[in-house]
Ligand binder design. Structure first.
Ligand code: CMP
Length: 140
């Protein structure tokens, strides 16, 4: 399988609950290499830009309010087949449907406050990694 990079975000709910370390331990424990990482407080325009694909959804306002209410940790994650591997480690969008041993089962609260984000395709992974880590910051 090809080595890929994907974008992971530890969302405000997980940061508020002091679960950054637990999530990073699961991430590294599953074999991901963290190629870049930073903690940021997203502005409303930054969050709206990142989630532009969802702007017609009924939950868009709620999503932006949530993602900007406190700091998040953004990470460029590398592994064989990283896009699917990270989605598998996160589990279903709704933590109630996520299997045991997944991040969202362990740390998610509900479908809106679900602890982590992951890119949904390799094309979007490139766009999303570049959104937060343009150019030289990744690849060290
Ligand atoms: P994420 O992978 O970050 O991408 C879009 C986010 O929208 C998703 O995770 C959820 O947190 C959120 N989301 C999806 N469906 C709903 C919903 N029905 N209500 C609120 N938030 C949602």
């Amino acid at each position: 399988m090809a080595v890929e990079r994907t974008l992971g975000i530890i969302k405000p709910d997980a940061v508020e609950k002091n679960n950054i370390g637990g999530i990073l331990a699961m991430t590294e424990g599953d074999g991901f290499v963290i190629k870049a990482m930073k903690m940021v407080r997203l502005s409303v325009p930054q969050a709206e830009g990142f989630y532009a694909v969802h702007k017609e959804r009924p939950f868009f306002g709620e999503l932006i309010e949530f993602m900007t209410r406190g700091p998040v940790v953004v990470m460029a994650l590398e592994a064989d087949g990283a896009v699917k591997k990270w989605r598998d480690l996160m589990g279903a969008t709704n933590p109630a449907e996520a299997p045991e041993g997944t991040i969202r089962k362990s740390f998610g609260t509900n479908i809106g406050e679900n602890a982590t984000h992951g890119s949904d395709s390799l094309d979007n992974a490139r766009i999303e990694v570049n959104y937060f880590f343009p150019g030289f910051e990744v690849g060290i």
